[in-house]
Each structure stands twice: as C-alpha cells, then as structure tokens.
Design a binder for this molecule. Structure first.
Ligand SMILES: [Zn+2]
Length: 140
C-alpha cells in the first residue's frame, strides 16, 4: 500500500491517534490544536502505612483507609473491575470533604490491579475522588 504522505509523519499521526501515551514519550508535548496534550500528571496508588493507599494525581492526594467489608461474598474491584474474593480485595474509605466519604473497593495487590486498569482506569478513579475539599483534623 502506497502512502503519499511522508512516512515519518504518518507514523507519528498513527501513534498519536492510537497510543497518545507513547507518542508523548517519544515526541514530547507539541502544540497541537486538534489534540491539545495536557502535561502528564503523576498518577497512581501508592501503599502507605497500615495498609492504607494514597491516590496521587498531580499535587492532589487522597488517603484510602481499609475497612472490614460488611458484605459477604465476592467483591468487585472499582479500579480493574475484576471480581475478587474477600482476601484479594478490600473496601476502602476516602474522605473527600468534611463529613463526606466515599467507599471504594480495590484489589489488595495494587500493583497488578493498576496494571490491569491502566492509566485510563486510574484517571477514572481519580475523577471520582478528586477534587478533595480540605478537611481540618477536627472535622473528621
Ligand atoms: Zn483491582
């Protein structure tokens, strides 16, 4: 198949269409009117002390505190959307504002969970959690 456009150009276009992440890695951030590329934010779940997880997106941080799930039976991970046994996942509580909490079920093996979910899955989760209203310690 002949492509009349310069080869390099079409490969780059294809990359940007199909693998924007890779495109950004290879070519950096180009001003592009049709595909404005937001700067990549730090995004991920990181195990912190006492079985808690920290969800970090850019300069935002949410702390996930594990709870004893009341429900019996299988759990459905809100990040990778796998159905997990009660030993493979946990229910976490997140304070998103004063007296407002959200409950999220996540795999306890967060590394493989995040790999299954990918960056888009993490972005969806972050979208549900952030922005967090500042909470004073006495409001918890
Ligand atoms: Zn999961």
């Amino acid at each position: 198949m002949k492509d009349h456009r310069p080869q390099e150009h079409s490969v780059r276009d294809l990359l940007r269409e199909l693998f924007p992440e890779t495109h950004r890695e290879l070519f950096g951030h180009e001003a592009d009117a049709t595909h404005p590329a937001p700067p990549p934010l730090t995004l991920g779940l990181y195990p912190v002390a006492d079985g808690r997880l920290a969800l970090v997106q850019g300069d935002q941080l949410a702390e996930f505190t594990p709870l004893d799930p009341k429900a019996k039976g299988a759990l459905h991970c809100d990040l990778c959307h796998y159905t997990r046994s009660r030993t493979e996942a946990a229910l976490y509580r997140v304070h998103v504002a004063a007296r407002r909490t959200r409950y999220v079920t996540l795999c306890t093996g967060t590394q493989s969970c995040q790999q299954r979910a990918g960056r888009s899955g993490l972005e969806r989760l972050a979208h549900r959690i952030f922005p967090i209203e500042p909470i004073r310690a006495d409001e918890r």
